[in-house]
Design a binder for this molecule. Sequence first.
Ligand SMILES: Cc1cc2nc3c(=O)[nH]c(=O)nc-3n(C[C@H](O)[C@H](O)[C@H](O)COP(=O)(O)OP(=O)(O)OC[C@H]3O[C@@H](n4cnc5c(N)ncnc54)[C@H](O)[C@@H]3O)c2cc1C
Length: 451
Amino acid sequence: MANYFKGLTGTVVTPLSPQYDEARQEWNRAIQKFPAVIVYCHNEKDVQNAVLWAGQRDICLRIRSGGHHYEGYSTGNQVLVIDLSEMSTIQLNEQAKCVTVQGGVNNSQMYRFLGSRGYPFPGGNCPTVGLSGFTLGGGWGYGCRYLGLGCDNLLELRLVNYKGEILTANIHKHADLFWACRGAGGGNFGIVVSMTFRLPQKIDQVTLIEMSYPNAPSAAQAGFLDTWQKWLVGLDIRMGMQASIYNSIEEGMAIFGRGLFYGSPQEAAVLLLPFSQTPGLTVTLQYLPFLEAIAIIEESYPESEKFKSTGRFVFKQYSPRELSQIADLIKERPVGSAFVSVSLYALGGAVSQVPWQNTAYFYRQASYIMLIQSVWTDNQYARANRAWVDERFQYLKTITKGSYVNFPYSPLANYERAYFGKNVPRLSAIKGSYDPCNIFCFPQSICSYDA
Ligand SMILES: Cc1cc2nc3c(=O)[nH]c(=O)nc-3n(C[C@H](O)[C@H](O)[C@H](O)COP(=O)(O)OP(=O)(O)OC[C@H]3O[C@@H](n4cnc5c(N)ncnc54)[C@H](O)[C@@H]3O)c2cc1C
């Protein structure tokens, strides 16, 4: 058996290894897959060897960085998982105003590294999400309206291709690959072993915003959605926010929102008047160093969850009837569910200032992302919870356009069009040139014209 794995370098975990059961887990514990082998790469050579090994044995491979893919497409049954989480060095080049990370760095590691040196970063919310998966799919964060999506801050990447060669991609070199990796790169074209990002301006303090409305009746939840949609129009681009209407076992029906404002609490308070004037809704503001604000945000994330979620793009203002129908979606929890929600992620600002043709991330003009979710604690309820999301998705898709690839959904029909809109033909052609044998293949990977 040991001979079978000859050629793989790094830390090799097989079903016989004591750590296998933990190593095969994704953040979403509703996903239970059994890879043939997991290799924890320590350097680029280990990644190259893994690609060559998979090719020689004709075994499917999956790429994993932070392991947060909603549907578990960074793992699979009987596959080789190439895990980059141990490739986590970060190098700052203040003179060139850029920062380079290895492919396994996560949000928290980047925030700590840059935050302790006075820099913010347009990363995501959950500390353990991998920067690779985050950035390659677009990368929504509290800072995206001000600093751009994660992918908009990418200057260059290095990638191991299907032949095990290392390619450098930027706007001059392999520019088509670089274009594709900014919004559609997760798992599709090769294994990203490092990324170089533009360094943002230093910042002393930011305003952390929290909004809460315990015991919010459904009508108040619908009213909140209305305030939100009107509030976003022409909003100061320094403001970033995510808010949810939810129904949980512990708290019942409620509203919670959190945001970061790249400015003073006094300015934030003025911008937030539509919320602070809403009866029942409490708005609190704290003026903090960036890293302290991030630490508070990070604390709210558990180590793992069992869930089904999907996120869609919103382009319109909803009528009162539609708002009530959205609020109605979470009035009932499915059996075994601990928490259901509809969450809103503010877009606009710097995201919409980039033309859709410039990167593979397509839905630039959307006002926000709307996500529906159910979380459960025992996998015997997985089927009922997935069916609950699916039923509601049938309605959501009639009032939204396109799905966010970082909030993916396995039942999506015509998933390429849903994720990448009019960018699909160009992506298919690039897939054909950079992965002609379709080595980088998973249930919703991009198909080349010839595939
Ligand atoms: C709790 C939670 C919070 C989240 N919050 C946000 C958020 O605030 N903003 C946001 O935009 N998204 C968010 N997401 C979604 C997240 O960005 C995506 O799931 C992302 O793809 C996860 O990246 P990962 O590296 O952790 O996951 P993985 O499961 O390791 O990878 C995700 C995908 O990217 C591919 N991939 C990973 N690493 C590489 C690599 N080095 N080279 C090529 N392909 C690679 C994988 O094959 C897979 O297809 C969240 C997800 C969760 C579960």
